[in-house]
Design a protein around this ligand. Structure first.
Ligand code: HEC
Ligand code: HEC
Ligand code: HEC
Ligand code: HEC
Ligand code: HEC
Length: 486
């Protein structure tokens, strides 16, 4: 019986093809499986291929075998009924040197073929995980995220590191949503702008914490910010903040990273956008549980355990505010800060709506040129180059943050770090959330930072940090910014 089947398999082309497919799939599976188990760190797509695609290939190959057998036996039955001879199998005679050579050649060729196939699969997978593939394969759709990613501290971190991560269960999830995304892009079904928060984002413990150990960043962090006023001189102002990042201290925890310190658990009930927060439940290091309540939550509110991305919701897709972008560019010199009223005019120009980046670049440059031609005609001639460069930078500022094709504009994706661009920390720290005993979540300014200078032209603290004498009152100085190292 078994011999009979074996001979049928080898007589049916379909069964033979099925066998080869199943064998190739199996060998590839074993190779990739071994590579990954030898400690080679393959990314998520390698897992998808190894554990989903190749087994599917093996199963598909194996199903072809019985189909082939069934078709072959039917054909032979018909042949016998018509009195025709059933063809014999070819004889492989190993005594003939030609046959031996042919077999050896076949073996070598198959081996080379398998190696090429394995390398090819690996390379293909590597490409699918790259930032270029994720960010550029469907250009318009991912353009905002890709642009922001390229300018962020995480520009060297692949999209898949945060969006998929390692481990078999998430391969499956991301594969399912990945196929849906392909369909959505192909048929123009995706929403504009792409909604946030990402509800099936993997817990930060399994993504961010692969690189950032929550116990390894403690202590304070100094921030020196340069702002420019909207007056004719674009007066330079400095804000100096000491951020109390904190975290774990011995067995306790304090400061900003208290929320994610070992032993602490904060859960909250919010609307799906997570912008409005209702109940907050906290478990301290001592194990005590407190419930803070504000107004009554609507029916669609959801509970969530707070993790890194509830504060760092824009670790890499950072869309800045217009004032922030222009301040940075003035500080870096790509916008000429000696041009009168450039802060005010720049702010106005980049907040005009345009249908595309090309239209914005042309429109903004013309807008700025026209302002100086009209109000400062001499300057418009003597500083024509600086004005053109400034117009170009303002065009960049617009194109980095506003994406008309995806309906992404200045305030589409607010940042939750701080409380300026959006309520951010003040979603909870608003002195309105209270326990039954009337204990409130604090809003005291020095809980989170010491404000060492608030938009001051010449803050004494900058001189002190550099070990210099501050200028006498009423005297203008140049704050020693570089010496502070920020
Ligand atoms: C450092 C981690 C990290 C990297 C790297 C990263 N993302 Fe994200 N991404 C996030 C987080 C966190 C959110 C969602 C924040 C939320 O849910 O509030 C997000 C949200 C998104 C969104 C939803 C829209 C939005 O802006 O909220 C898209 C689309 C997206 N990412 C695509 C990408 C692409 C494409 C890349 C690579 C070019 C990438 N991401 C790289 C962490 C990352
Ligand atoms: C693959 C490793 C990796 C992953 C995953 C990762 N990061 Fe980072 N992150 C880095 C590196 C490297 C830097 C430092 C970049 C630098 O200093 O230029 C960094 C910097 C940061 C900073 C400081 C940024 C600044 O302005 O100085 C924050 C905050 C941060 N990451 C948060 C996150 C969060 C939140 C996540 C998860 C959504 C995450 N990271 C995931 C590697 C990673
Ligand atoms: C309660 C909000 C909050 C949570 C939760 C939070 N962070 Fe932060 N984190 C901050 C703030 C605020 C800063 C201060 C720096 C700043 O303003 O950019 C910061 C700073 C950092 C820095 C830079 C530290 C330095 O000294 O340069 C890293 C890295 C970082 N966080 C990673 C994480 C990771 C990883 C998690 C999750 C385990 C996390 N954070 C959870 C609010 C938070
Ligand atoms: C719950 C924590 C928290 C509380 C309370 C808080 N802040 Fe802040 N504040 C932040 C964080 C986080 C940032 C952002 C730092 C950054 O931009 O990286 C910030 C930034 C600032 C800035 C700098 C803005 C800039 O970009 O120049 C000022 C000014 C400021 N806060 C003032 C205050 C004042 C005044 C109070 C008291 C009413 C206060 N803050 C209370 C967390 C807090
Ligand atoms: C989901 C609600 C929630 C959000 C959002 C939130 N916090 Fe908190 N935070 C709490 C709770 C609850 C406590 C504990 C009660 C208290 O100390 O008032 C707390 C305590 C703190 C403490 C004191 C920790 C200690 O004991 O030393 C700091 C500092 C702090 N938060 C900073 C921030 C900053 C900065 C942000 C924004 C980047 C932020 N928090 C966002 C809920 C939140």
């Amino acid at each position: 019986m078994i011999r009979n089947y074996f001979s049928v398999i080898t007589r049916s082309a379909l069964s033979m093809i099925g066998t080869v497919i199943a064998l190739v799939g199996f060998v590839l599976f074993v190779t990739l499986f071994l590579i990954q188990n030898m400690g080679f760190r393959g990314g998520p797509y390698l897992g998808i291929i190894t554990y989903l695609l190749l087994p599917a290939v093996v199963v598909a190959g194996l199903t072809l075998v019985p189909i082939g057998i069934w078709r072959q036996t039917k054909k032979e039955r018909v042949a016998v009924e018509h009195g025709e001879p059933v063809p014999n199998l070819p004889v492989i005679d190993m005594n003939k040197p030609r046959t031996r050579k042919a077999l050896a050649a076949f073996g070598v060729m198959s081996l080379i073929g398998l190696v090429v196939l394995a390398v090819g699969t690996y390379k293909g997978v590597e490409y699918m995980e790259s930032v270029e593939f994720c960010g550029l394969a469907c250009h318009t759709v991912m353009q905002p995220e890709y642009t922001a990613h390229q300018r962020s501290p995480h520009s060297r971190v692949a999209c898949a590191e945060c969006h998929i991560g390692a481990g078999a269960d998430w391969f499956v999830k991301s594969k399912i949503s990945g196929s849906w995304q392909l369909i959505a892009v192909a048929f123009n079904l995706y929403p504009t702008p792409i909604p946030t928060p990402v509800h099936n984002l993997r817990p930060a413990r399994e993504t961010c914490e692969q690189c950032h150990l929550p116990t390894k960043f403690t202590g304070d962090k100094l921030k020196v910010r340069v702002h420019y006023a909207e007056d004719e001189q674009n007066t330079e102002l400095h804000t100096v903040l000491m951020m109390k990042v904190g975290g774990q201290h011995g067995r306790g925890a304090s400061g900003i990273h208290w929320h994610v310190a070992p032993g602490v658990k904060v859960r909250f009930l919010s609307d799906p956008s997570r912008e409005k927060i209702y109940d907050i439940e906290m478990t301290g290091v001592d194990g005590k549980v407190k419930l803070f309540k504000n107004e009554e939550a609507p029916a669609d509110a959801e509970w969530r355990q707070m993790d890194c991305v509830d504060c760092h919701n824009r670790p890499t897709h950072v869309y800045r505010e217009p004032a922030n972008e222009i301040d940075n560019s003035m500080d870096q010199g790509t916008i000429d800060k000696t041009l009168p009223f450039i802060k005010r005019e720049g702010l106005r120009a980049v907040q005009v709506e345009y249908p595309s980046h090309e239209a914005a670049r042309a429109g903004i440059a013309a807008d700025i040129a026209a302002f100086y031609a009209q109000n400062y005609p001499d300057l418009a001639k003597s500083k024509a180059d600086a004005i053109a460069q400034t117009g170009k930078t303002l065009g960049d500022v617009y194109s980095w943050n506003v994406f008309p094709a995806m309906k992404v504009t200045w305030d589409t994706y607010p940042n939750h770090i701080g409380h300026k661009q959006s309520p951010g920390c003040f979603r909870c720290h608003d002195k309105k959330h209270a326990t039954e005993d009337g204990e409130k979540i604090t809003k005291k300014c020095d809980t989170c930072h010491s404000l060492l200078a608030d938009e001051e032209p010449d803050p004494a603290i900058l001189y002190q940090m550099a070990g210099e004498e501050p200028p006498a009152p009423g005297e203008a100085g140049t704050p020693p910014l570089d010496e502070t190292g920020t």
